[in-house]
Design a protein around this ligand. Structure first.
Ligand code: MG
Length: 385
């Protein structure tokens, strides 16, 4: 029987192509924790804690983690639970991690991802096979525009569409009139043949402000509004007051959250993450509840690097409910990047190869495990701890 021998953590910081600003925070770099789970037969599984300390759930129900805390928590509390155990029993091991410490979904997600990578490598199959099999082999990605001047937003939208992107997601949630100006500029630049979605990151102060803002943006063809306000009561009010689909992101972390959203009619669709529920095993459960309620999902994230993005792609493949355009980078090392602007959040990456990107779609890796390897020279270049 294969046993987990030790868990290694590496903090990396990779610069973004541009500042990514939204209602809740702004980021110039991805400062994340890469995890390596080593087994006694020499197999090493990779994971990523895509930690964002300034981003969290409704009303402090969930909150961010910092890389330094993830490293300490894994060393002091989580790794000792795993060492000596079989990496094949992922679900039961997650229950034991929850007993060791409540919360910390990002740290646990990194371990869950690494355990799936280990298990896939041992069995010689891709991670999506462990999750139930692939419904799809490629995923349409949306271009996520942070807060930008209207002219800059329009220029980036045009450049992304020239490289194949079909959906533009615009960060809003400031002054509704400023938001409308940006949406109008992007619509004018790209024409009527492409979708525009908006994400307010809980930024509108109350449901009536959100409803008025979304109503004006609906005139520009906006048919999906992500997390306009904070809290399920406010979300339900907005949903009842607009024609656009309302998507829950900050409100939807766990399977239980989605059950509550269904009961309170607080959203039409769900933004599914690998990290929010604490990894792939639980993310599939979130998707199953959404699926049962007839709510479509996309897979969204915090600007993952290559390891986290591989996990996202396997989740996209194996979750039937994921039918909406997804929002994560088209991860690529600088020298192998297939795009200049489309899906390009970072100037470089720590994985050895680019994911296959064609005409607005990112393809699910087909190798064993996650199907990605680290480029050790890049890890050394971007390592900060
Ligand atoms: Mg969001």
């Amino acid at each position: 029987v294969v046993r987990i021998e030790h868990v290694e953590t590496i903090v990396v910081e990779v610069p973004r192509r541009r500042l990514h600003a939204m209602a809740s925070f702004a980021a110039t770099a991805g400062r994340y924790v890469i995890v390596k789970v080593h087994t006694d037969n020499g197999v090493v599984g990779l994971g990523e804690a895509t930690v964002v300390p300034q981003w969290g759930g409704d009303h402090m129900r969930y909150y961010g983690e910092r890389p330094e805390e993830v490293v300490r928590l894994i060393a002091d509390v989580l790794a000792p639970v795993l060492v000596g155990e079989s990496p094949m029993r992922i679900g039961p091991l997650l229950v034991r991690l929850d007993k060791a410490v409540k919360g910390y979904p990002y740290a646990k997600a990194a371990l869950d991802i690494a355990l799936h990578d280990v298990k896939g490598r041992i069995l010689g199959i891709p991670v999506y096979e462990l999750l139930g099999g692939a419904y799809r082999d490629r995923v349409a990605i949306a271009q996520s525009l942070g807060y930008m001047e209207p002219a800059k937003a329009a220029a980036e939208a045009q450049a992304a569409i020239a490289e194949g992107i079909k959906t533009i997601k615009i960060k809003v949630g400031r002054d509704p009139s400023v938001d409308l100006t940006v949406v109008q500029a992007v619509r004018q630049a790209i024409g009527s043949g492409y979708d525009i979605t908006i994400d307010a990151n809980q930024g509108y102060p109350d449901p009536k402000t959100a409803i008025r803002a979304i109503r004006t943006m609906e005139q520009e063809g906006v048919r999906l509004a992500e997390q306009p306000v904070e809290g399920l009561r406010a979300m339900a009010d907005v949903r009842a007051g607009v024609d656009a689909w309302v998507m829950a992101d900050e409100s939807a972390w766990t399977p239980q959250d989605v059950l509550e959203i269904v009961e309170r009619k607080a959203a039409d669709c769900i933004s599914l993450y690998t990290t929010k529920p604490g990894g792939l095993h639980r993310a599939i459960q979130v998707a199953a509840v959404a699926q049962a309620a007839g709510m479509p999902c996309n897979v969204n994230g915090s600007g993952e690097l290559g390891v986290g993005n591989a996990a996202n792609l396997h989740l996209c493949a194996a979750a039937q409910a994921v039918t909406l355009p997804c929002v994560f980078p088209a991860t690529a090392p600088a020298e192998k990047a297939p795009t200049r602007i489309a899906g390009r959040q970072y100037v470089d990456d720590i994985v050895a190869d680019a994911f296959r990107y064609e005409d607005g779609y990112v393809y699910v890796p087909q190798g064993t495990g996650l199907g990605v390897e680290l480029d050790d020279s890049k890890v050394a270049r971007y390592r900060v701890a």
